[in-house]
Design a binder for this molecule. Structure first.
Ligand code: NAP
Length: 510
């Protein structure tokens, strides 16, 4: 029954208990150009009403395809009726024009003749859902294939990064079987983007004006515009960023824009990797395979132990933010260092300049070593005197206790603590006068921190954290791709992503 080319690659999942709202969302999606919508009839208080809603919708938008689903509550849906009643709702949906129906494996196995009847009139998807985890996949596929269907949907819950790889590997195991493979949760997000590249029939997206029906679903615009998921193929190179948390990272916006602007067939994904999952991420990285990735909190230091080669500066810093594969070996570099140095070199000769670095964490470490290498006189301050002294000692700098900072004057202040960072934007490292001519705040969210505002009002030259962000990301891009970075496009993408982040916490979906 099913013709692959007949179904669009992105299906908007609509699950609403209010029939009016369901139709309103469907109309909104259709009028914004979406052509494939799932009506979750089990969300309605009276699912038997569903077929009439489908008819109403298709009368207005005959160009759209509707997938009807009426999942039973035993199988994590909302429908309270019997399997016979479930199939009757779906038969009604088919009669009103639904182009496909989804029946969960638990129902399908018990009602093979009834399901066969449905398949005679429409495209039949048989689906498997696992809300606990991602089990061994081959037995699941074997079980599914016992029920004849046009396509098989396998949805698991990703608990660790490598679950994405094991699930997507099913596509290679049975390349001729039409499948939809998705892992739920934020950890499983990469599968939502990459499933089409592996030959998946379609993927699901959340509506632009409401929540989706599964954890980790994002809106279609994000899948298409940001990740180009409908254009990816098995030759597409995969890059990404590992972090925990990952949700607010602007790196996917910046790197994907750069890849698109240089017309490189590659995608850059957010990978949620918790502190105990770093090793597991490398399993996924080999399986997909991933060509390179950015590293951020909390992995910058621990990731070093998994690498084959790290440059001398990164070794001294003890942390890398960039990992890429060359000749089968994982290499690491710290482009944060250039991210601090290059914007300063555009404004001042660093040799002999006095630079006060506030903070003793990862960013501060990148700053002090590269500044010392560039010949600057480095001073280190922070809230913890022991850490201040220790960092000053390893980089050959001078410790300055917090209360003595204001007594001196420096050519440059590099602010490398997290003070003033969103959402605590009312905080600043200095209450009164800032003892420097140039103030470089590494915090890039918000664009102008309170510290930078104070510095501007005091007549200091200011450098925004976004300059560091773009510099370190540009260097990463070159290491990843071997191509020069489109800096202006990256800066625009970073500024837009930050603005979106402030206006709308659901990303760029609305
Ligand atoms: P980190 O390793 O966690 O270090 C944070 C530092 O901030 C530590 O030294 C900590 O002091 C200090 N700190 C935290 N709260 C403080 C407070 N209330 N008062 C005084 N000091 C405080 O983080 P990181 O990776 O170095 O990042 C620091 C900042 O730089 C973040 O805002 C990050 O977004 C930014 N950054 C920007 C870029 C960019 O591209 N622009 C790149 C990397 C980092 P203790 O040492 O006493 O704990």
């Amino acid at each position: 029954m099913l013709l692959r080319k007949n179904l669009p690659k992105i299906c908007i999942a609509l699950g609403q208990s209010d029939p009016k709202r369901l139709l309103e969302l469907a109309r909104h999606e259709a009028s914004s150009g979406e052509r494939f919508l799932e009506f979750r009839l089990d969300y309605l208080p009276r699912p038997l009403q569903g077929p009439a809603l489908i008819a109403d919708f298709l009368k207005e938008y005959p160009e759209c395809s509707v997938l009807a689903t009426c999942r039973r509550h035993q199988n994590h849906g909302h429908f309270n009726g019997s399997i016979e009643q479930q199939l009757a709702v779906l038969a009604g949906a088919i009669a009103q024009g639904a182009k496909a129906v989804d029946v969960e494996i638990e129902s399908a196995e018990l009602a093979i003749p009834g399901v066969r009847d449905l398949a005679a009139h429409t495209t039949l998807l048989v689906s498997y859902h696992n809300f606990e985890g991602t089990p061994a996949m081959e037995p699941v596929l074997k079980r599914m294939l016992k029920v004849p269907a046009d396509a098989y949907k396998i949805v698991t819950t990703a608990r660790k990064p490598s679950d994405n790889g094991r699930l997507l590997a099913l596509g290679k195991l049975a390349p001729r079987t039409p499948m939809i493979l998705l892992a739920m949760t934020e950890t499983g997000f990469p599968s939502r983007v990459l499933s089409l590249a592996g030959g998946g029939l379609f993927t699901y997206a959340a509506p632009s004006m409401a929540e989706g029906t599964a954890a980790g679903q994002v809106c279609a615009r994000s899948l298409r515009k940001l990740y180009r998921s409908d254009k990816l193929t098995k030759n597409t190179k995969v890059f990404g960023v590992i972090a925990d948390p990952i949700r607010h990272s602007i790196s996917p916006a910046v790197h994907n824009r750069a890849l698109q602007s240089r017309r490189i067939d590659a995608v850059y994904l957010p990978f949620l990797v918790n502190p105990l999952q770093l090793k597991d991420f490398f399993v996924l990285a080999d399986r997909l395979p991933i060509n390179g990735f950015s590293v951020t909190i909390p992995h910058k230091q621990r990731v070093v132990r998994y690498l084959d080669a790290v440059d001398p500066l990164s070794k001294r810093i003890g942390a890398v933010n960039t990992v890429w594969r060359k000749a089968g070996k994982w290499r690491g570099a710290n482009t944060d260092a250039a991210g601090v140095r290059v914007p300063l070199e555009k404004r001042i000769k660093l040799g002999g300049a006095s630079v006060l670095v506030a903070g003793n964490g990862g960013a501060a470490r990148s700053a002090v070593f590269t500044l010392a290498d560039a010949g600057a006189k480095v001073f280190v301050t922070g809230r913890n005197p022991d850490r201040v002294r220790a960092l000053a000692k390893v980089c050959g700098g001078t410790p300055v206790l917090l209360e003595h900072c204001a007594e001196g004057h420096f050519d440059v202040l590099v602010h490398a603590t997290s003070l003033g960072m969103w959402p605590e934007t009312e905080r600043s490292f200095f209450d009164g006068a800032i003892p420097a001519d140039i103030v470089f705040d590494l915090v890039y969210n918000p664009h102008e921190t309170l510290l930078l505002k104070q510095a501007r009002q005091q007549g200091c030259e200011t450098i925004h954290g976004i300059e560091m962000f773009v510099e370190q990301a540009s260097e990463q891009f070159q290491l990843f791709t071997g191509v020069s970075a489109p800096r202006q496009a990256m800066e625009r993408a970073a500024v837009e992503a930050l603005a979106t982040h402030h206006n709308n916490h659901r990303g760029d979906c609305e």
